[in-house]
Design a protein around this ligand. Structure first.
Ligand code: BGC
Length: 893
């Protein structure tokens, strides 16, 4: 394992306190540099690149010990199967990166979209978003307008330096949070407390007494909006209670490559569902008062060379896939956006005028601010391209200089950047703060210290968990996907299955993933190591400390006692003989598999963030086969960051059941027990496709390039990622996107599609846009906010159908809607665009309904730069997965 210097954080519980007196650098003391030093940004740029790939000698002992332990215990030992689960990686050709020219530019702020006549939807404040399932589109326009007015009033009192300070982080590890904006002194009505920005998308990183929520990939696997919203609300509450202003999530990169290291931080491989995940999460989080941050904009789809690769994405693919979740984030009223490390089409994302200014600010009408990922900024002139805030502030960690700070002031002085642009930057930052209501004096101040967790003076140790573990347990169960269940092997504990009045008499748990880690759940800093016990989150900045982690063993023990089951276990993955003998003659043998990944600054057993193959770690495949050879009721439980190749054992006749538990968070064991014993009837669905072989996926991690090279990553597969590619190329997956079994069965009948009119407030809408759309012509989106215009997003069709529980068990279902565009559109055969959640008793039926907007039925017209309805019939498929289609209909004209 290796760590770069900048991510070296104290390891709990072996915390070595840093000197509490080494307090933050006041912003004014950030060395100002000079315009000339910044003009030489090629030099700064390349040093930023080399920092990202450097390793820290200070981590030597940690690296050495964990490397030793991990090489003995992870997937390198599974060489017999690993070759079949790693596809050849394409090698990226290299490009020459040229810094942006420092061309002086005038600045005209984008009009505030709320100044544009709107649709008549009810004005919405982020504190009171529409309920889940409401067809109302929240109109945050008036709330943004009010926030902008307050922000303008405050910023008008600020000096240029004060405005600049609000855009410039105080430098790595100089404050209490992973990112900090310093306060402005409270005099003459100009005072402002500054900002604390803190990870992560599944909880609060580097804080104690917090909840470790299920990862976003599990939230997505619940296929349930309500649960995603609630997760957002509870995470938001914890951030607020710890005094965080900006929570650095959700993350919504798409999982273009199955082995992508950070895929688990996001919502899976479908753009529409990722967008909905982001939308519900942001509405939930921001309802509590914290500002959310939509990240990473855009094309950070792999960790290998994330700071030195150019994601080459065509305009249509960018609009329909990778940028789409950001559009939904803006529609959810998100206050901030984080641009990504990589280059987009040859220009660093954080200085890419096209994505920052043209798409997000103009086309989406984003009113908040765009911050850089940590050290993802490459120039001062990036302000003109749309970057509003630099994080953590210094050019490279601890470099003591900044592209903003004094350099931004100097660029204003020499008229390269206009002061009105800096005013706009500061106003955006303050507007998001006012929008969240953080000017309320009761908003908690930061009461933890991310970098000095042992410092009693700066850590109030406020317990913010409340009873959130109950929700975590529910979401953990709801996100567990039942992939196989032969002969009703599950649920366990059904009396009568093994003779009169008896449930399983004997159960064996096999594999390290069943038990506690050898040094507790926080064994590795940022979870970056070969986790020796249950795996419940990946590694990197997207983590939180576990206050507690309930292992499967701990959770099963009391239940086994209740059923008078003899429980045995082997928490060893490599002693296959012992595994076989422990499993023999047991009523059921539960085998636990794991696969991990994370962020590139940590390497675990050769997995440099991205996974090096799609094999189960810790000898997992051999373990299953050894157990299945002895036990004809082998049940496999998988905790994985993403797809695995299951071919080595999935068809083994003795493997009766497979539960895909993903990364369920701190209640892992309890969530699993609820599903195993049928307290929760599985209703989770796969948010990605599990292939039969790695090369069946349309894209792999692109590798190659020397240490200083910037490589190209051409997204040649275009719209065809994940199931879209399998469908288009008729490749049989092992388990397709959207798949998941239940302990009962459901059927769908009687599908119908009706027009629901122009929708709410149709009077405010320009009818010519609608007529153009209906005739198949894209309307140019030159106006601000045009891609999120109400006419485009209001519900216009309602698809209804009957769902019946045709089995014997109470349970929930998530019927799915896929659109089949006409072939002239060059869309994939089917694209996911809707779902409903129903809960039914045996025999009961209900009507499910899903609404569709014009946007849902549109494709991006690159020529006209607008959304159009493709010519021809648009079909609708209702199914239990992307391939299990049960009902079809056509959208009426
Ligand atoms: C990650 C971001 C994170 C930031 C601050 C970066 O390495 O890419 O997702 O928010 O660090 O920790």
């Amino acid at each position: 394992m290796r760590l770069t210097v900048w991510q070296l954080v104290p390891l709990l519980p072996f915390v070595i306190a840093q000197d509490a007196s080494s307090s933050s650098l006041p912003v004014s003391s950030i060395p100002t540099g000079s315009a000339t030093s910044v003009l030489g940004s090629a030099v700064s740029g390349s040093s930023a690149l080399s920092t990202a790939s450097s390793t820290a000698s200070a981590t030597g002992s940690l690296s050495a010990s964990s490397a030793a332990s991990s090489s003995a215990t992870t997937n390198t030992s599974t060489s017999s199967v690993s070759s079949s689960s790693a596809a050849p990686s394409p090698t990226g050709s290299t490009i020459v990166w040229t810094p942006l020219p420092n061309t002086p530019q005038t600045f005209t702020p984008f009009p505030v979209p709320s100044d544009v006549p709107q649709s008549g939807y009810p004005p919405t404040d982020p504190s009171d978003p529409p309920q889940v399932g409401s067809t109302n589109i929240p109109d945050f326009g008036p709330a943004w307008r009010a926030a902008w007015q307050k922000a303008k009033a405050k910023v008008s009192k600020w000096t240029l330096e004060e405005k600049v300070n609000s855009t410039t982080g105080i430098g790595w590890a100089n404050g209490r949070c992973v990112g900090n904006i310093a306060a402005i002194e409270p005099r003459d009505g100009r005072g402002w407390p500054g900002l604390c920005l803190e990870d992560s998308p599944l909880g609060i990183r580097f804080a104690d007494f917090v909840t470790a929520f299920p990862a976003a990939i599990n939230a997505a696997a619940s296929f349930n909006r309500d649960l995603i919203r609630q997760r957002g609300v509870l995470m938001g509450k914890e951030h607020v209670a710890k005094g965080v202003n900006v929570a650095l999530g959700p993350m919504m990169n798409l999982g273009r490559v199955a082995a992508g290291g950070r895929n688990w931080e996001g919502f899976g491989a479908d753009p529409w569902w990722s967008g909905e995940g982001a939308y519900e999460t942001i509405l939930g989080m921001q309802s509590t008062g914290v500002t959310a941050c939509a990240k990473h904009l855009v094309g950070n789809e792999q960790e290998y060379k994330r700071t030195q690769s150019s994601s080459e994405i065509d305009d249509r693919t960018l609009h329909e896939l990778y940028a789409h979740p950001f559009l939904r984030s803006v529609m959810a009223g998100v206050g901030s956006v984080m641009c990504s490390y990589n280059l987009l089409n040859g220009t660093y994302a954080c200085e890419n005028d096209k994505i920052l200014n043209d798409i997000v600010k103009r086309e989406y009408g984003f009113q908040g601010y765009i911050m850089s990922d940590w050290s993802a900024q490459h120039s001062t002139i990036s302000a003109n391209a749309g970057l509003d805030m630099t994080m953590p502030g210094d050019i490279t960690f601890d470099s003591g200089d900044s592209y903003f700070g004094g350099n931004l002031t100097a660029f204003v002085a020499n008229k390269t950047i206009s002061e009105s642009r800096v005013t706009d930057m500061a106003t955006r930052i303050l507007a998001a703060w006012y929008l969240a209501g953080q000017d309320d004096e009761s908003y908690p101040s930061t009461n933890f210290d991310a970098f000095k967790p042992a410092n009693e003076a700066t850590n109030s140790r406020i317990d913010v968990q409340d009873d959130h573990y109950k929700f975590v347990r529910t979401l953990g169960s709801a996100s567990t996907v039942l992939l196989k269940n032969k002969n009703n092997a599950l649920p366990l504990g059904q009396r009568g299955k093994f003779g009169k009045g008896l449930a399983e008499r004997t159960i064996a748990l096999i594999g390290s993933g069943a038990g506690p880690g050898r040094a507790g759940p926080n064994e590795f800093s940022d979870q970056g190591g070969a986790i020796s016990g249950a795996l419940a989150m990946g590694w990197g900045s997207g983590t939180a400390w576990f206050t507690d982690l309930i292992s499967p063993l701990a959770a099963i023990q009391p239940v086994a006692r209740k059923f008078s089951t003899t429980l045995s276990w082997l928490l060893d993955d490599f002693d296959l003989d012992r595994a076989a003998s422990t499993a023999a003659r047991q009523s059921a043998a539960l085998v636990f598999l794991k696969a991990d990944s994370g962020e590139d600054y940590i390497t675990v057993d050769g997995n440099e963030g991205d996974r090096k193959n799609l094999t189960a770690w810790f000898n997992g495949d051999n373990l299953v086969n050894a157990v299945a050879a002895q036990n004809n009721n082998t049940i496999v439980i998988v905790n994985s960051v993403g797809p695995l190749i299951l071919e080595p054992w999935i068809d083994h006749p003795n493997v009766t059941a497979v539960l895909w538990a993903g990364l369920p968070g701190e209640e892992s064991g309890n969530s699993l027990v609820d599903v195993l014993y049928g307290n929760w009837n599985p209703s989770g669905r796969l948010p990605y496709t599990i292939a039969k072989k790695p090369e069946d996926y349309s894209a792999q991690v692109t590798r190659g390039g020397g240490p200083n090279d910037v490589i190209r990553i051409p997204y040649t597969e275009g719209l065809l990622i994940d199931y879209r590619h399998f469908d288009a190329n008729k490749i049989e997956p092992r388990f397709e996107f959207g798949f998941g079994l239940s302990y009962t069965t459901f059927n769908y009948t009687n599908v119908r599609v009706e027009k629901v009119g122009g929708g709410y407030g149709a009077s405010g809408i320009d009818q010519s846009l609608i007529s153009a759309w209906e005739s198949g012509t894209a309307s140019n989106v030159s106006t601000v906010g045009s891609s999120r215009a109400f006419w485009l997003h209001q519900p216009i069709y309602k698809v209804s159908f009957t769902v019946q529980n045709t089995g014997k068990t109470f349970g929930g279902d998530a019927p799915q809607l896929y659109i089949n565009f006409p072939s002239s559109s060059r869309e994939p055969p089917s694209v996911f665009r809707g779902l409903d959640n129903v809960v039914l008793s045996p025999g009961d039926r209900t009507t499910a309904s899903i609404t569709l907007s014009r946007y849902d039925l549109s494709v991006w017209d690159t020529e006209k730069q607008g959304w159009k309805r493709p010519q021809g019939d648009i079909g609708v498929s209702i199914g239990a997965s992307s391939r299990d289609i049960r009902q079809k209909a056509v959208i009426p004209k």
